[in-house]
Structure formats: structure tokens, C-alpha cells
Design a binder for this molecule. Structure first.
Ligand code: FE2
Ligand code: FE2
Length: 241
């Protein structure tokens, strides 16, 4: 996210199918986050414009190519959301989801951190670990995003739940509502895994991305915090690439 509008993403890999798809998805994300920051609402149609490019690019060129392209984005929030969306597309394909379900998880991935549009940029883009007070502010992106979608209206419950609950953990140690076990719907568990993995493999100015095997090791080490069946399926989906 940028300090002042309009935020247009960098143009990457022009001429390649995947580069153009990433540019289109990046533009959608820029529009989504700008509207969220400036008006406190989002445009559901705009979000859906990002689905085809991501699903098409991932199924045609593969996750590895998508990750390489998207890692070229300097903006941490764009990079993160596009990584989560590519992972969600890949995971959905690996689980045998039909088009409607694949679209639903990619839509959820694109929107999951929309509340970050309302977080002060000094905290959002801080080049280093957050202190406890800053972390508390950052954590409000879940409830801020949820409120933003309620204000916009027309979003299905599953999407609202992903935006509010994607940092909840099965053992009840997550936030904002400390949900546990069956209180956390399947689509939220799915996005949470993609979200955590994306954070581990992101390129940041102050640290290198973790290699696949190490990032998957981190997911496994979270044990009962994550759905073990889904983590095992995610490992297979990512390792196949
Ligand atoms: Fe988040
Ligand atoms: Fe996230």
C-alpha cells in the first residue's frame, strides 16, 4: 500500500502471460486497498476481476512461476496478498475443488487482509519487528476489515469469517475472538494455512524468503494449532511443484 493514491503496482514481466496476469491482479488489489483506505468500502465486482488472472496463471504456468513473479513486488501488502491468492488457487486445485470453490478461496485470499488498508503506514510498512503496542494495532486489521465489509454489504458469511478469523488457531490462542476447534470454519482453516506459509516465503528487504522445506517445517511444527489433515494436503500441493 502506498502513502498516497493512486496506487498502481509495478509492471513486471510484460509480454509473458504470467506477468500480465500478475499486473492485472495487482491492479485489482491496488483498487481494493485504495478504496478501503479512502472510502471505507470496497467494490465486490472489482475483487472478482482478479480471480480469472490468478486462477488462469497458476493453472497454466504453475505456482512456482507465480511466486517468482509476485515476489518482485516491493509493496509488502501487495506481495503478501498475491502470494496468498496464488497459494489458495494451487491448494484449491490440489484438493479437487470445482471452479466455484476455487473462485471462493481466491476471492477470500485477495480480501483477507483488507483491514490493513486502515492500519497506519508507519506500522504497516515498518522494516523490522513490531513492538507490543504496534502489534496490538496491527492485529486490529481483522476487525477493521470485517467492519469494512459489513459497511460495504453483500458479502457472504464465509468471506466475512475469513477476514475476521484468519488469525484464529484451533487451540484457541489466536485472535481476535479466541475461537477454537469447530468454531473455526473449513475455509478459514484453509486460508490460515496459505496465509502463514505466504508470510514465511515472502521476500522482504530485511530477510530472505524461507526455502519450501523449511517453511513447511514451520507449519508442521505448529501442531494442533492448524488442521493436520489440511496441512498434510497443503504439503503435498506445494511439494508437487
Ligand atoms: Fe492478516
Ligand atoms: Fe495475511
Amino acid at each position: 500500500m502506498r502513502a498516497s493514491p493512486p496506487a498502481s503496482p509495478p509492471s513486471r514481466g510484460r509480454g509473458s502471460v504470467i506477468g500480465e496476469a500478475a499486473d492485472r491482479a495487482g491492479s485489482v488489489l491496488a483498487g481494493l486497498l485504495d478504496a478501503a483506505r479512502l472510502t471505507g468500502t470496497v467494490d465486490p465486482q472489482l475483487i472478482d476481476d482478479g480471480l480469472d488472472p490468478i486462477l488462469g496463471a497458476v493453472s497454466e504456468a504453475g505456482l512456482g512461476a507465480w511466486l517468482d513473479t509476485v515476489r518482485a513486488y516491493d509493496d509488502a501488502t501487495y506481495q503478501h496478498c498475491l502470494l496468498v491468492a496464488g497459494l489458495a488457487a494451487t491448494f484449491g486445485i490440489a484438493l479437487g475443488y470445482g471452479l466455484r470453490d476455487r473462485e471462493q478461496v481466491v476471492r477470500a485470499a485477495l480480501v483477507h487482509d483488507v483491514g490493513k488498508a486502515r492500519i497506519p503506514l508507519g506500522i504497516l510498512n515498518k522494516a523490522g519487528p513490531l513492538d507490543p503496542a504496534e502489534r496490538a494495532v496491527m492485529r486490529t486489521h481483522t476487525t477493521l476489515g470485517h467492519a469494512l465489509l459489513i459497511e460495504t454489504g453483500g458479502f457472504e458469511d464465509a468471506l466475512l469469517s475469513v477476514v475476521r478469523h484468519h488469525h484464529e488457531l484451533l487451540d484457541g490462542t489466536g485472535y481476535p475472538d479466541k475461537l477454537s476447534g469447530d468454531e473455526i470454519p473449513g475455509i478459514v482453516r484453509f486460508i490460515t494455512i496459505c496465509d502463514i506459509y505466504a508470510a514465511l516465503i515472502e521476500r522482504r528487504p530485511y530477510r530472505e524468503p524461507l526455502p519450501t522445506s523449511e517453511a513447511l517445517g514451520h507449519l508442521r511444527a505448529m501442531g494442533r494449532k492448524l488442521d493436520p489433515t489440511l496441512v498434510a494436503a497443503f504439503e503435498r500441493a506445494v511439494a508437487e511443484l
